[in-house]
Design a protein. Structure first.
Length: 245
């Protein structure tokens, strides 16, 4: 059986605090999480959860992944920005122009995100998180399309995007130039297999598509009845695969 996107994971200096921030911004409910982590859950079963795990490395470079939040109206965009700032976000400059319609912020842990202006056709009907916007090559977009069996919804000028057949958040890759990776990514994907699935066969499938096993291998129990295998996608980005026992 194919892996499913279970969660987007943040390595966070204060997981519980960051979970409360994103719960407040998105309006998603807080959930119990194993160990010292925290999590928030989407409003419907079709979405992915967001997990916040302990990570103590200070942030030194821009993240390779950030959220693009959608807005239904200009007033809705202003309200989202105001709510984020009240909860501890800050305005940041990443080179955006004064005439750009989106607003660039950083959460209390320094993770960049954008609040997109209303009327963005590409993000129409995607939900509160319109996109997981990633730095990455065309090759890695093709890899994730095959890994998740999500169709390509954009493939032009080496920029790619995929979306679940059920709709929802898009995952996009901006194409070259891709900045070199420095250290471990603070945001990464977590996949899961249904109970009873063949974990070894799924690892072999992902490797055949271009993934690699990370040097650390299986890092820990998930706390949910399985183990967690660390892997790398073709661009060297970490991702985790929950393996059923």
């Amino acid at each position: 059986m194919t892996s499913q996107l279970l969660a987007i994971c943040f390595n966070a200096t204060h997981p519980s605090d960051l979970a409360r921030f994103w719960s407040g911004v998105l309006g998603w409910g807080l959930a119990d999480a194993p160990g010292d982590g925290a999590a928030i859950l989407p409003p419907d079963a079709a979405g992915f959860r967001i997990r916040f795990l302990p990570g103590h490395e200070p942030k030194s470079v821009p993240n390779r992944v950030h959220f693009d939040l959608t807005s239904a109206s200009p007033e809705g965009q202003r309200q989202t920005v105001a709510r984020a700032l009240e909860l501890g976000a800050n305005h940041i400059d990443v080179g955006q122009l004064p005439e750009d319609g989106h607003v660039v912020l950083a959460d209390p842990d320094g993770n960049e995100f954008c609040v997109i202006e209303a009327g963005n056709a590409f993000l129409a009907d995607t939900g509160a998180i319109g996109a997981l916007a990633c730095d990455g090559t065309q090759e890695v977009g093709y890899f994730w399309s095959a890994a998740l069996r999500w169709p390509l919804v954009w493939d032009q000028d080496q920029e790619t995007a995929i979306q679940s057949p059920n709709g929802g958040t898009k995952i996009t890759w901006g194409g070259p130039p891709v900045a070199p990776q420095t250290g471990t990514n603070r945001l990464y994907f977590e996949l899961a297999l249904p109970a009873g699935a063949d974990g070894k066969a799924e690892i072999e499938r992902l490797v055949s598509l271009g993934a690699k096993r990370a040097a650390t291998g299986t890092d820990a129990s998930t706390g949910e009845g399985g183990d967690r295998m660390l892997m790398l996608d073709p661009d060297g980005n970490e991702f985790a695969l929950q393996l059923p026992r």
